[in-house]
Design a protein around this ligand. Sequence first.
Ligand code: PEP
Length: 255
Amino acid sequence: MSIRRPVVAGNWKMFETVAEARVLMSEMLPGLSAIRGVEIVICPPFTSILPVAALLEGTGIAVGAQNMHWEASGAFTGEIAPPMLAEFCQYVILGHSERRAYFGETDVNVNRKVKAALSYGLVPIMCVGETLDENEGGITRQVVSRQVQDGLDGIDSAAIPSIVIAYEPVWAIGTGRAATADGANLVVSDIIRLELSERFGEANAQAVRVLYGGSVKASNAAEFFQQPDIDGALVGGASLKATEFVPIVKAAADR
Ligand code: PEP
């Protein structure tokens, strides 16, 4: 068993008004509060961060954002700055494939955001993963290595263990077609940890928590958590249902 503490993060995407978020949290909290040994992170949309953070106070469950700007402040209409998030959040998802695909997120900007998150004490959950075309074209290694390399460019080795990476093959996100557990583990060990080891040393590569994301649900979560190099999950759709998310977190605790 790995000594890395598992992390399960729920990415609510653009779902849940404040009123709906309160209901969802009231359904999940009794189950989640009883689970030990897993870092649980709830990532609501910006408008629900504050109320969710208030509901989670004292529970040990963390709050995360789904994106942020890299500058501390400025004339960037519609953006949210790291110190604004740091008032309420402990984590921030960066470089999610939906941001890369629909909002022009680049590795260069992901890198700026990872550095900004670290400097404000936020744990970045940096997402990487290949598209279906890239997968079928046999260039998964090239794509994922580049995302890891460029996303972490110029970061001090000492900061590497505090970064969380989510391997999310784009073809598995929201499709109901998860990767196989051993296939995902192979990408994590032979591409992501290898890249980390070459750049930041083997000890740092082994210290980083790497999550799998892509159609994780209560019925398949345990398979991923049994893999030696997978340290938890980034969960989208199933994080919006207490009957799915609570058993997923429980599976991480039981691994
Ligand atoms: C995600 O949004 O990061 C994700 C993995 O979504 P889903 O679990 O719905 O595939």
